[in-house]
Unconditional design. Structure first.
Length: 246
């Protein structure tokens, strides 16, 4: 059983609570999860200390940042108190497994982003699997082992700047075509639009025939509607499927 607890303070902005509540209700409807919205002021000092310690334990286990170091609040303030940002704790089978917002690899993930990831996944388990891998992890894998994408593919360059943005990775296939890759954890509409915008600026920058450019997305997950959109746009999709061997 998955339970989500969202802790607020009296000074937590109402406009930040409402979308969390809406997302929690959608997650509950999609995946039969339970949730509670709790007020930090209703907790005893001992309960607050226990919550802070639980957040710290999750932080150490998941190698994430949870203590604010400047502007932009994280669950624990610089004064080592629970902040007013609104703290989401995800418990699975009675064990606290994740806390949001958090920072990992210098990237902030908010509570709403995490809930949307779960809501758009086929199950909570699938969301957790994809959430344990970062875009940097995927980049290192495919650039070190381009054959994971297809035989004969060779790595060319990463983070290529062109008009309109930055291409995550470029490969050369067996026929000499340039393969532009957008890396995502869960591929969304913005990823589809992003990789489409790269084709002509890349062709112009390097003097390449657009017909000699392929477009692709490498991700940990993608839903059926976006997969259909990629097919229609001529974008190839590669989904990482890591299986634990028994």
């Amino acid at each position: 059983m998955d339970i989500f607890k969202f802790y607020t303070r009296e000074d937590t902005p109402t406009e930040s609570i409402r979308p969390i509540r809406d997302s929690l209700e959608k997650v509950m409807a999609s995946h039969q999860c339970n949730f509670e919205i709790l007020h930090i002021e209703d907790l005893t000092d001992e309960e607050q200390d226990e919550l802070i310690e639980s957040i710290r334990v999750i932080s150490r286990k998941n190698a994430i940042g949870v203590v604010s170091k400047g502007r932009g609040s994280l669950p624990i303030s610089r004064k080592k108190n629970l902040s007013n940002v609104g703290v989401l704790i995800h418990s699975h089978d009675g064990k606290d497994i994740s806390v949001y917002p958090n920072v990992k690899n210098n990237k902030l993930t908010t509570a709403i982003q995490y809930l949307n990831l779960i809501r758009n996944s086929s199950s909570v388990e699938d969301a957790l699997d994809s959430n344990h891998i970062s875009e940097d992890d995927i980049s290192r894998m495919i650039t070190s082992l381009p054959e994971m994408i297809e035989p004969g593919l060779t790595f060319h360059e990463i983070e290529v700047e062109v008009d309109g943005g930055r291409i995550d990775a470029v490969f050369i296939d067996g026929e000499g075509k340039h393969f532009l890759i957008e890396i995502e954890i869960n591929a969304k509409d913005n990823a589809i639009g992003q990789v489409q915008r790269f084709k002509l600026p890349y062709a112009e920058k390097y003097g390449i025939d657009p017909e000699d450019i392929r477009l692709g997305i490498v991700c940990a997950g993608i839903d059926n509607s976006r997969m259909t959109a990629c097919r229609g746009a001529g974008i190839e999709v590669y989904c990482l499927c890591l299986k634990k061997m028994e």
